[in-house]
Design a protein. Structure first.
Lengths: 88, 390
């Protein structure tokens, strides 16, 4: 399994546990809008905290925007960018 | 002097005249009778001030955002209700200007604001979600042939009966989640307002803001194309907080000026005698300075963040900053007015003296509930968990 697939699966687990979506995360595509799927602003903050904890990273302020947490794909890009930065 | 600077100066000279000649002389009557400040708004229309922020290419005044904020302050010194009507209209205009798509319906609409001096009211609050602008219950629904309709229960629509047009927030479709919103503009003739209550409030009486059921039918092109979350973060919320806080500062400044006039009059009556209230006035000045500093640094931060791609405005640390401006200014403005009352004593408490500050105090007491501070605190408490530099 590639890094990306692995990260994607873990993001989906964190979302299932913390984003309090009214739908099953398995039904969402990577590009699906999580806010349109019913994630509230409050739940999005819990999701960010859970992602920081799970992946042992800190999102800098420039990444703490609605756009970065709008879809599974966007979260994956952000995490890979942060992990890439850490490795470099 | 650059064209832009002289344009701002000319605009602000006009506003200062309107504040003195139209707003101030009617402020007490507007307040007492809870009537619309028709003299101020007529004068603002005649001065083309309703389109001051519309770009000059579209027929507007093309003034800077700082000049609009300064105008809110200036009007607030004369009549809080006039200033609030002006500010709320400018919030809608600035939101449309900042999210304008070239050749869209909204571009033509901005030209109409300039040529017809149309006044826009806002329908964001809703029965059931209160002041939480980021959720809606009412939805736009298609009625066929590219036309849409909605019905919204609005608890408070300021100057709805006097406005030409309405900017309303709604769910994107009957199936959309509460946070999946759009913003629509309807013109007089496209909507109908059914008043649901009376308007006899403590303060800001001239805003004439009873509840209404709003029903409208409109073509699809009158839905703002930018997603409402972006509109809210980049424009509507920070601009509301900045313009409101400027006019609250204006009201508080006039209360302070009245207290100072009172102390000076007392000093002239008894030259050389100790004046305990002069010390209180000095203490009050430091309270006013705190308010001034927060309001002007908020404006500077917004202008700086708007200069580039505006991405900073969507960051949680920035959202916190402008939420804090609202909370701080809404608490500090009535504190300054209460202090002015303490300086003036009974002549400040009476409603018919040159030192009366009752209207100022009552008007600024609306600030905390104009979107409840507790709601904003709840948002901030959550953002503080994740933001880094605040
Ligand atoms: C002068 C004036 C003019 C206005 N004009 C307009 C207008 O033209 N258009 C428009 O759309 N709106 C307008 N509003 C805003 C609107 O009236 C109110 O913000 C909205 O109706 C909220 O109603 P509410 O006070 O019941 O507050 P709600 O937000 O419903 O709150 C009700 C109560 O619960 C408390 N509360 C809410 N959330 C929390 C929380 N999370 N934690 C703890 N306590 C909480 C509040 O403090 C409040 O006491 C105006 C307001 C004023 C004062």
């Amino acid at each position: 399994m590639s890094d990306r697939e692995h990260v994607n699966g873990e993001i989906r687990t964190v979302i299932a546990n913390h984003a309090r979506l009214p739908v099953d995360v398995a039904t969402l595509s990577d590009g699906a809008d999580l806010f349109e799927a019913g994630m509230t602003s409050h739940a999005s903050v819990n999701l960010m905290l859970a992602l920081e904890d799970h992946f042992d990273v800190e999102f800098p302020d420039t990444m703490l925007t609605r756009g970065v947490f709008q879809s599974i794909g966007a979260i994956e890009d952000a995490l890979l960018e942060l992990q890439g930065r850490a490795a470099a | 002097m650059s064209v832009a600077v002289s344009r701002d100066q000319e605009f602000l000279q006009g506003i200062a005249r309107i504040a003195v000649d139209a707003a101030a002389p009617n402020a007490d009557e507007v307040d007492r009778e809870a009537r619309f400040p028709v003299e101020s708004i007529t004068a603002l229309r005649e001065a083309q001030a309703l389109s001051a922020f519309v770009p000059s290419e579209l027929g507007g005044g093309g003034v800077s955002f700082e000049a609009i904020a300064a105008a809110c302050f200036e009007l607030g010194r004369s009549c809080g209700a006039s200033a609030m009507v002006f500010a709320m209209h400018q919030i809608q205009v600035a939101t449309i200007v900042r999210h304008l798509e070239p050749d869209s319906w909204f571009e033509h609409y901005l030209r109409d604001i300039a040529s017809e001096q149309r006044l826009i009211a806002s329908v964001t609050s809703e029965v059931g979600t209160g002041g939480d602008m980021s959720r809606s219950i009412a939805a736009v629904e298609p009625v066929g042939e590219g036309r849409w309709q909605f019905e919204k229960q609005a608890p408070t629509v300021s100057y709805g009966a006097h406005a030409d047009d309405l900017l309303t927030t709604l769910r994107r479709s009957p199936k959309a989640e509460p946070g999946d919103q759009v913003c629509v503009l309807t013109k007089r003739g496209q909507h109908e307002l059914q008043q649901t209550g009376t308007w006899d409030p403590l303060g800001m009486r001239g805003t004439c803001s009873p509840g209404n059921v709003v029903r409208a039918e409109l073509p699809l092109e009158q839905v703002l194309s930018t997603g409402f979350a972006t509109v809210m973060n980049e424009s509507m919320v920070p601009i509301s907080h900045i313009l409101w806080s400027h006019l609250w500062l204006g009201i508080a400044t006039d209360a302070f000026d009245r207290a100072r006039a009172f102390v000076r009059a007392a000093a002239k009556r008894k030259p050389g005698e100790p004046l305990p209230m002069a010390i209180r006035l000095s203490q009050l000045m430091s309270e006013l300075s705190l308010l001034r500093a927060e309001v002007s640094s908020g404006l500077a931060a917004f202008v700086a963040a708007s200069a580039g791609d505006r991405s900073e405005l969507s960051q949680m640390s920035t959202i916190l900053r402008f939420n804090n401006l609202k909370i701080a200014a809404s608490e500090q403005a009535p504190r300054v007015c209460t202090g002015a009352l303490g300086v003036c004593g009974i002549v400040g408490f009476k409603n018919d003296t040159p030192f009366s500050v009752g209207r100022h105090l009552r008007d600024t007491m609306s600030a905390c509930l104009m979107v409840a501070n507790e709601r904003i605190h709840e948002t901030n408490a959550s953002l503080l968990l994740i933001a880094k530099e605040v």
